[in-house]
Design a protein around this ligand. Structure first.
Ligand SMILES: [Zn+2]
Length: 370
């Protein structure tokens, strides 16, 4: 760990050649460090047991062993052998060379089409926040004929300036301590503590919530479906509300009136809890996700994303987490409760009532609230 933090601290310092170089030259040391970091991240993903993640980790292992080869890429057989090291048992060993390369290709396809797109934003932010202005990319170069096999590559790319997101306030010290996993040293730990949130993808989403976890594009039939759901809901609630004066006029029986009021309240509440947050989203830009997108923790948020900050209009289910600077616990953005009603705050899992931070989803940071 100490070695890692020293390298990162160097990489972040202005004297280091990798900073400020526009494109092209990337230090081999950075490649090894980035592979190491990404591997540490991947080892904690909930999908870590999947074979396609094992293929990614195998590639990262090879990169760390032979960083000079990373640019050219590694062939399927080297990757298959390294997968064995990653998962701790032999993989695809009894197969012919063609079968092995087909298996690796298949897993790579899954990795780049399913797992990587979900993780990419979090990975970028993680790299950015640790002061490395490089982000990892995966690519595959199709081989042709004998002696020219398909190659799988892990490369580093410089972050475009516009993508740099948060402010450039990372000092070397902060970077080094963030890398070593400790909270940044502060003179008086307490009031002026700040957190930096990282956007995590929503895991194990239900089938209904899954399209939101991947970003619900507000275009075409999806837009129409969402709009229809809203209109249907509003109409139902309005109809129920209309029934109240109607029963008052027609029956005058207190029991029937109470029934009408009760059902209007029930329908109104059902509508609000199911779609209400999505309705408010246009105004607030971020809100707690409705119950049907939540899992046990109730820490899922929905974010309204639109140009110019994002490429297109979409609603995305997200989760924001940070490391608590007071105790090192995990801070998760969730409901503000009674004390901070109508707000989303970051609460430390170790001390949910005491370690509370503001939450700004645009700057992705917050100061201490209590
Ligand atoms: Zn804490």
């Amino acid at each position: 760990m100490t070695v890692t933090s020293r390298i990162t601290a160097q990489a972040a310092s202005p004297e280091h050649p990798a900073n400020g170089v526009e494109r092209g030259f990337v230090d081999l040391q950075d490649v090894v460090l980035a592979a190491h970091r990404l591997d540490a991240l991947a080892a904690r993903w909930p999908e870590r047991k999947l074979l396609n993640v094992a293929v990614l980790r195998a590639l990262l292992l090879l990169v760390q062993r032979e960083p000079g080869q990373a640019e050219e890429g590694f062939d399927a057989w080297a990757i298959a052998a390294a997968v064995g090291t990653v998962i701790g048992r032999k993989w695809a060993t009894g197969d012919t060379r063609d079968e092995i390369s087909a298996k690796v290709r298949d897993q790579w396809q899954r990795l780049t089409s399913q797992t990587w797109p979900k993780k990419e934003e979090g990975i970028h932010q993680h790299f950015r926040d640790s002061g490395l202005n490089l982000v990892p990319t995966l690519s595959r170069e199709e081989g042709g004929g004998q002696g020219n096999p398909t190659r799988y590559r892990f490369r580093l790319q410089h972050l475009p300036e516009s993508d740099a997101g948060g402010t450039e306030q990372d000092e070397v010290g902060t970077v080094a301590s963030a890398v070593s996993g400790r909270a940044p040293e502060q003179d008086v730990p307490g009031r002026d503590a700040r957190v930096t949130y990282i956007c995590e993808d929503v895991e194990d989403a239900s089938w209904l919530a899954r399209s939101f976890a991947q970003g619900f594009q507000l275009a075409g039939w999806r837009r129409l479906a969402l709009r229809s759901a809203f209109i249907l809901g509003i109409l139902t609630v309005a109809l129920m509300a209309l029934l109240i004066p109607l029963t008052v006029v027609t029956t005058r029986s207190p029991g029937d009136i109470a029934n009408a009021v009760f059902s209007a309240v029930v329908f109104g509440y059902a509508f609000w809890s199911t779609l209400g947050t999505l309705l408010m989203l246009h105004r607030w830009r971020i809100a707690l996700a409705p119950w049907w997108m939540q899992s046990v923790d109730d820490d899922r948020l929905v974010e309204w994303r639109c140009p110019p900050r994002h490429a297109d209009k979409s609603i995305k289910a997200v989760r924001y987490a940070a490391r608590c600077p007071l105790c090192g616990g995990k801070v998760v953005a969730c409901s503000g409760g009674m004390r901070h009603s109508w707000r989303i705050v970051g609460r430390c899992e170790e001390a949910p009532a005491a370690h509370v931070f503001a939450f700004d989803h645009v700057l992705r940071e917050g100061h201490r609230l209590l």
